[in-house]
Design a protein around this ligand. Structure first.
Ligand code: PLP
Ligand code: SF4
Length: 457
């Protein structure tokens, strides 16, 4: 009698790559950082001061590392971009300057003119219609029990794909920015609104970016919100750990301020966490690991929200690597967003079909609580929807229709795939305005949500 034994083959060596974090003084290959020692590179003030904001500064930093065509291309790209440019030395030093066009970090922060694609005809600057759901400046109250507080409009870096390019950063040649709440007086107006609305239990403090808040303002905002009895949950949102992890390591007062709010919240039975925004495994180095370890030791829970970006994380393998590496440094992958329909960055968007395929691949490759939900924040203010939950998806023409029964019942919300990813026939249809209307109405009809109660971007 033979017994059947099922032996799982051992995992292959490559499957442990997520643990191989970049080590050592990796920044020294960049000409401007050749003489920079560890203590200086870890200094958050040095990082801030040496952020690259112009093509001239970029050239002065990388010198001949990148091909000259690339520099000329970036110069033109800076001029056309809807977002101002600001890149930390940390991010600059992680870019593979031998192949800058394909580099996931370069693609997020440094625009080039040659790869620009025309915008989708249905695209607007504030695609999430945040301004429509804003009862006081700097507060977005869209969902019943949670609100988004935007206390400032600067970030330690500027992402090309920013959802809030309507408001974030200095004005650019192409966009005059909307003012968010920026002064403590305006913050008080937001707190007063929150205090009057007992249903608001959950406040996201974003921006801009909470890295830019001085320690005393982290405490001021944190304590003001903790003092409101019905506020039960708070999240401080920052891109910081992904592009300037050294701030957590060396800006002691900032970390202490955050920890004091987390600790006070815990004593009050309130949940205060940090939300961050890593998009590629390359952003995670030994410095990140050290920073996340410090947060972990202080009992600060960290969740991650990524954006699905073409050429950054839009393959199953790259996304799995990111997710596994985040788990490795005790950061919980929470969401992967469809790229919002923002102007001037069409080359960075991808399709709903791609998102659903990547999701299927990622789920099952690690713990369920470390498996992100892939969401589409549908243009028009429907809020986040599970990408798989479309009522109808016209794959051929790239139109997905979502419903949001608890946010805006009876309405249809649409996401449009980037046109260059569609068949030649479909691309030709999108050129004709009457056909656009026809395709859209047909998709909404098939979704069967309501009679054309359509919210268009
Ligand atoms: C994303 C978002 C929130 C928080 O939503 P969660 O799904 O709980 O993460 C709150 N308000 C607005 C306007 C948002 O866009
Ligand atoms: S850090 Fe966030 S808010 Fe700031 S530019 Fe990037 S995506 Fe926009």
């Amino acid at each position: 009698m033979s017994e059947i034994v099922h032996i799982k083959p051992p995992a292959e060596a490559e499957s442990f790559e997520y643990k191989d974090l970049r080590q050592g003084e990796f920044w020294r290959h960049v000409p401007a950082y050749r003489e920079v020692g560890e203590a200086t590179f870890l200094d958050h003030l040095w990082q801030q001061k040496h952020a690259v904001k112009t093509p001239e500064e970029l050239l002065g930093t990388i010198e001949s590392l990148a091909p000259p065509e690339f520099i000329a291309d970036a110069k033109a790209g800076f001029r056309l971009a809807p977002m101002a440019v600001r890149v930390s030395p940390y991010a600059i030093s992680l870019i593979d300057w031998n192949a800058p066009y394909d580099d996931p970090i370069r693609r997020q922060f440094i625009p080039v003119a040659s790869t620009l694609l025309p915008d989708h005809p249905r695209l607007t600057l504030d695609s999430l219609h945040e301004q429509d759901d804003s009862p006081v400046p700097g507060l977005v109250h869209r969902y019943v029990d949670k609100a988004l507080f935007l206390p400032l409009n600067t970030c330690p870096v500027y992402c090309r794909f920013c959802t809030r390019s309507y408001a974030i950063g200095p004005d650019t040649e192409n966009v005059d920015k909307v003012a968010l709440a920026k002064t403590p007086k305006q913050w008080e107006d937001a707190f007063a609104y929150i205090a009057q609305r007992p249903e608001l239990e959950d406040i996201v403090i974003s921006g801009g970016d909470t890295y830019q808040l001085a320690p005393k303002n982290i405490e001021f905002i944190g304590n003001a919100l903790l003092d409101i009895p019905h506020v039960r949950r708070m999240r401080f949102a920052t891109k910081g750990p992904a592009i300037m992890p050294m701030k957590i390591v060396t800006h002691v007062e900032w970390l202490d301020a955050l920890a004091s709010i987390v600790d006070r919240g815990r004593k009050l039975g309130k949940d205060v966490v940090l939300h961050t925004h890593f998009n590629s495994a390359q952003e995670i180095t030994w410095i990140t690991e050290r920073a996340m370890r410090m947060l972990f030791e202080r009992g600060i829970f960290v969740r991650n929200q990524s954006v699905l970006i073409r050429g950054v994380n839009d393959t199953p393998e790259r996304m799995r690597m990111l997710v596994k590496r985040l788990g490795h440094i005790n950061v919980h992958p929470y969401y992967v967003y469809m790229h919002d329909m923002v102007k001037g960055v069409e080359e960075l968007r991808t399709t709903i079909g791609t998102a659903t395929e990547i999701e299927k691949f990622v789920r099952g490759s690690t713990a369920g609580f470390n498996s992100p939900t892939f969401v589409c924040d549908a243009p028009g203010g429907g809020g986040k929807r599970d990408v798989h939950s479309y009522e109808y998806y016209d794959r051929e023409n790239g139109i997905a229709v979502y419903a949001a029964p608890s946010v805006k019942p009876g309405k249809a919300f649409l996401y449009f795939d980037p046109i260059d990813r569609l068949s030649a026939d479909a691309q030709a249809r999108w050129v004709v305005p009457e056909l656009q209307e026809q395709m859209i109405h047909e998709a909404v009809r098939k979704a069967g949500i309501g009679d054309e109660q359509l919210v268009l971007a």
